[in-house]
Design a protein around this ligand. Structure first.
Ligand SMILES: CC(C)(COP(=O)(O)OP(=O)(O)OC[C@H]1O[C@@H](n2cnc3c(N)ncnc32)[C@H](O)[C@@H]1OP(=O)(O)O)[C@@H](O)C(=O)NCCC(=O)NCCS
Length: 188
């Protein structure tokens, strides 16, 4: 288990698959994940098993102190030679969004990535319109590295994707330390 100040990151379990299937079919969240087709139980099971077998992906389930599963967070395309991975996160249970839990989950995973996995850099891409996610990433030390203009087609239009990344030294240099959840200056 990876313990944060507001959430814990625990391994995914086979018993979570029905919950994962419900989550991934929730349009209010999956629109930000660029999920297109409705996902069947079998497809979700295949995804779960693929993650278990993958040498380059690790996904953990985000749980509240009372054990409620609220979302998933993971590192993908983990590259130990270059010390790089890509971060993905979703708090699927709406009532737990915008309470600092996403920030805490990311800070907890980044600390593990830098202190235990010896990664150097973690990157991600986010839809330009996803302001809450961008603010959350910014609080965790991610910086904008560029914009992929009109690179994704969704909801009937081409949208810009924002590329962000955080380096180990930037994460540990965050004002007040990486567990300080107070706002940073400026927004994307
Ligand atoms: C993105 C996500 C992980 C963030 O986690 P969270 O727990 O909801 O976010 P936090 O509460 O930790 O931080 C959100 C920040 O954004 C701010 N925010 C919320 N809505 C905002 C908006 N419309 N515009 C700008 N900032 C916004 C909050 O005020 C907070 O900043 P603050 O602490 O400075 O006030 C979560 O909302 C989520 O999973 N959303 C749906 C899926 C998704 O978008 N995944 C990311 C795909 S790249």
């Amino acid at each position: 288990m990876l313990k944060g100040s507001r959430v814990t990151l625990r391994p995914m379990e086979r018993a979570d698959i029905p919950t994962f299937q419900r989550w991934i079919n929730d349009r209010s969240v999956n629109r930000w994940l660029l999920v297109r087709w409705p996902i069947s139980f079998d497809e979700e099971t295949r995804w779960y098993e693929g993650m278990l077998q993958s040498a380059t992906d690790r996904v953990l389930t985000i749980v509240t102190p009372d054990g409620t599963a609220i979302g998933n967070i993971g590192l993908h395309r983990i590259d130990h030679r270059h010390g790089h991975a890509e971060l993905g996160i979703a708090i699927f249970e709406e009532k737990y969004q915008s309470q600092g839990m996403g920030t805490d989950a990311i800070v907890t995973l980044l600390r593990f990535a830098f202190e235990e996995m010896h990664l150097h850099r973690v990157s991600l891409t986010v839809q330009e319109e996803n302001r809450r996610a961008r603010r959350c990433y910014e609080k965790c030390g991610f910086q904008v590295e560029g914009i992929d203009r009109e690179s994704i087609f969704t909801t009937g239009m081409y949208i810009n994707m924002v590329r962000m990344a955080v380096l180990e030294r930037e994460f540990f240099a965050l004002p007040g330390g990486p567990i300080d959840l107070s706002p940073l200056a400026g927004t994307c």
